[in-house]
Write a protein that binds this ligand. Structure first.
Ligand code: SF4
Length: 273
């Protein structure tokens, strides 16, 4: 559920939560924009989810609202006493000035670290996601060392997907290489990726983050409203090679972001037989 701004009335979000549960959804993910800007939305939607029998909650955040609203931390901590709740932090760097620059907000790193220090004292699980870019690609090992201090359950490093290249863009090949190098120093049960298919993670297949995604995904956002059984491949966000139909991973592989397909196809990768 994408809570990009308050243009989506709370009642519509609630209707989507009800619809999702009727469709068999077990996990409720609150994303953005920045969902913690609207703490009452979070509490009301999770309360509703609990009454409907959802089994897991994930809040994707830059940490802002968790650093500002102690009531929200207290609420989430209470939920975590009985329910599976994960806070997924977006981390651009372990260096404050870089994190602030990439996020475009001065003070963002202080808010992030404050929020993580608060959440670690609760029963919530901590997930992190770092999109690999030109400002952090040389620091992934240091970022992983910083994140280990927070006892993270999932440390994800993702391939960037932007419609157009910008000053943060890096090549797909370089990003894959940098992430692969983490395989030796981060527990592969914790290390996850996004946007890298199995054929490029030989020996690290368990790190393919998409393999942990639910089989079926319903999405609610401001633009498309409710999408049932949403698949990035069908929606044109991902691409695979024509030869992928010969690969033993074809059925579960989501391929690469369409923006990185040109580079990927030029690698002349052979399907896994
Ligand atoms: S299906 Fe295609 S993209 Fe996926 S692992 Fe196999 S060869 Fe790679």
């Amino acid at each position: 559920m994408y809570m990009k701004n308050k243009n989506i009335p709370l009642d519509e979000l609630k209707n989507a939560v009800v619809k999702g549960r009727k469709n068999g959804c077990n996990e409720l993910v609150l994303s953005g924009g920045e969902p913690t800007l609207y703490p009452n939305y979070i509490t009301e939607l999770i309360d509703l989810g609990k009454s409907l029998g959802y089994k897991k909650y994930i809040i994707q955040t830059n940490g802002y609202g968790l650093s500002q609203y102690d009531d929200l931390i207290a609420y989430i901590g209470n939920v975590a006493e009985d329910d599976d709740i994960c806070i997924s932090f977006s981390v651009h760097s372990h260096i404050a000035s870089i994190h602030d620059d990439v996020s475009g907000n001065k003070g963002a790193f202080n808010n992030l670290s404050d929020a993580m220090n608060k959440i670690i004292k609760t029963n919530c699980k901590i997930y992190t996601n770092t999109v690999v870019n030109a400002r952090n690609i040389d620091d992934l090992k240091d970022i992983s060392a910083y994140l280990k201090k927070f006892n993270v359950s999932i440390m994800q490093f993702s391939i960037m997907h932007l419609k157009e290249e910008n000053e943060l863009s890096v090549s797909f090949t370089d990003a894959v290489k940098a992430i692969r190098e983490l395989g030796c120093i981060v527990d592969n049960d914790i290390l996850k990726t996004e946007g890298i298919p199995y054929c490029l993670l030989h020996g690290m297949e368990k790190c393919v983050g998409e393999s942990a995604w639910p089989n079926s995904l319903d999405i609610y956002n401001e633009t498309d409203n409710y999408l049932h059984d949403f698949k990035q491949l069908d929606y044109g966000m991902r691409k695979k090679m024509t030869s992928c139909d010969k690969c033993i991973m074809d059925k579960i592989c989501m391929g690469v972001w369409k923006e990185t397909y040109g580079e990927f196809s030029a690698m002349k990768i052979h399907p896994i037989m």
